[in-house]
Design a protein around this ligand. Structure first.
Ligand code: ASP
Ligand code: MG
Length: 417
């Protein structure tokens, strides 16, 4: 089997949906499974619904209507006949979502978040599946929540591989199948949705690929492939033609946003090649991630993480920062779900560059300041340079005030204010 994943940018409008059809016709769709993200920036729009609902602001209806109108416009532009079931399907999903908002009793933000944002993927797959069927590409729609099972760690759920594999192996492999990326089902609670983390659709595709021992995965993008830096923040970027799994894992780990970090390990374990290709230009080969040399061409790669917080922590009594303190600090960071992107330790102080995805930094400060001396700088940028050259590092150091720099073999990280 082969797996195709279409990201939000590739299905951001009716033209994008038509393009899915074109890709399938061009590439063939025998023994294929399609994973789709929410259309365009819809996950953000659903997040706005969650925020309005949670904070009880009076623009909730408006936020819902925005999302509804967005999808109805696309359905409209795809020229379905009036009696096509898709109109009812779309309204049914909105009915379900509003039903949840009305009956929900939970105050757990992360739980509510997961029950709502996944409607983006349910809608996109319903619409695209119906459009393909209408154009004689027969496919069947599955609810991924019945296949990928996870724990109840909302917004960053962990896969139960045993259950997931058993479910996925039951799929009919001979028919074109379409399903949702990003969302999953809670294994211990019926009808509860979980999500695999923002941008998690690549990971969903990898989960299916792994369980099905797929021949390949293709991630269809609105860019030509993986570049040595994000073209929206760097000039003169170059396409990487081939990347090894471990190099891609390193790049994703340091924050390259092209491929979701969890995606690669399952593929590496089964030696399944991953193609990143342009949705617009089907003649181009794009980037291949597979076993082989770490990088081709071998050039410096730049990864930027913005909105980081650099904290330096030292003991109140000027004692050394050693194992006991460090394990305490890590426990506090972990309890607050703060992601550590860089660590530097000296005898008297310990510095970490962290990312506050879940808005817990103030909580963290309260706890840390009760035990340690803290100095922090918010809103700094962390640059990572893989396959670094002096020239490449110099270029980054020009970008602002260097607060911290760390070099390991071939990888240089610089925190800049
Ligand atoms: N739609 C989700 C997001 O925007 C998942 C994904 O795109 O991979 O985060
Ligand atoms: Mg996306």
């Amino acid at each position: 089997m082969k797996i195709f994943k279409f990201g939000g940018a590739s299905v951001k409008d009716a033209e994008g949906v038509r393009n899915v059809l074109r890709v399938l016709k061009h590439e063939g769709f025998q023994k294929t499974l399609i994973i789709v993200s929410a259309m365009g920036k819809m996950t953000n729009a659903f997040e706005n619904i969650v925020t309005a609902y949670y904070n009880k602001t009076n623009d909730l209806d408006q936020k819902i209507e925005f999302v509804r109108a967005f999808h109805l416009k696309i359905v409209d532009e795809l020229s379905f006949t009036k009696n096509n079931a898709i109109f009812i399907e779309v309204e049914k999903l909105f009915g379900e979502m509003i039903g949840f908002l009305i009956t929900n009793k939970s105050k757990d933000y992360n739980f509510i978040y997961d029950q709502i944002v996944g409607f983006g993927e349910l809608l996109s797959t319903k619409i695209i599946g119906a459009y393909l069927n209408k154009n004689n590409i027969e496919n069947y729609w599955i609810d991924v929540r019945a296949y990928i099972k996870t724990d109840s760690n909302y917004r960053d759920a962990h896969v139960n591989w045993e259950q997931t594999t058993a479910n996925i192996l039951n799929l009919d492999k001979n028919q074109l199948c379409i399903t949702q990326g990003f969302i999953s089902g809670c294994s211990s609670k019926n009808n509860v949705t979980t999500t695999l983390g923002r941008e998690g659709s690549d990971y969903s595709a990898a989960i299916f690929a792994y369980c099905l021992s797929a021949k390949s995965i293709t991630i269809w993008k609105d860019v030509e492939g993986v570049f040595n830096a994000n073209p929206s923040s760097f000039e003169n970027t170059q396409l990487l033609q081939q990347i090894s799994y471990s190099e891609a894992i390193e790049m994703a780990f340091y924050g390259a946003s092209v491929i979701h970090p969890k995606t690669l390990k399952p593929l590496e374990n089964k030696n399944i090649p991953l193609y990143v290709r342009s949705f617009y230009n089907l003649e181009k080969k794009g980037t291949t991630v597979k076993k082989g040399p770490s990088l081709f061409p071998e050039i410096p790669c730049f990864i930027l993480k913005e909105h980081q917080i650099l904290i330096s922590i030292s003991a109140l009594d000027f004692s050394f920062m050693v194992e006991y303190n460090l394990s305490d600090i890590f426990k506090i960071l972990h309890n607050n779900k703060l992601k550590v992107n860089l660590i530097q330790n000296s005898a008297l102080s310990f510095s970490v560059c962290i990312e506050d995805k879940f808005n817990n930094f103030r909580n963290l400060l309260v706890v840390l300041e009760s035990k340690y001396k803290i100095h922090y700088t918010e809103n700094v940028s962390l640059y990572t340079i893989r396959h670094a050259s002096n020239e490449a590092v110099n270029k980054i150091e020009q970008k602002g005030k260097v607060l911290l720099k760390q070099a390991t073999k071939g990888t240089v990280q610089v925190v800049i204010q």
